[in-house]
Design a protein around this ligand. Sequence first.
Ligand code: SF4
Ligand code: SF4
Length: 55
Amino acid sequence: MMVKEWCMYCGECAGVCPRSLIEVRETSLIFNEEGCKDCQICVQVCPVQALSKEE
Ligand code: SF4
Ligand code: SF4
């Protein structure tokens, strides 16, 4: 998952991941990509379109 620089670290994406694969830190997002089933829910829920799939 690519995180754009305008991410506000609001935690919305982490809250909706059905597998709890996203960890929000103060100035970073940590993805556990291994368990990701590519459901795109995190991408869709972000209020500022800060997530995208491309490498
Ligand atoms: S929902 Fe968007 S702005 Fe909020 S932490 Fe996730 S990527 Fe960042
Ligand atoms: S695509 Fe789905 S499984 Fe993967 S990190 Fe986002 S919400 Fe979680």
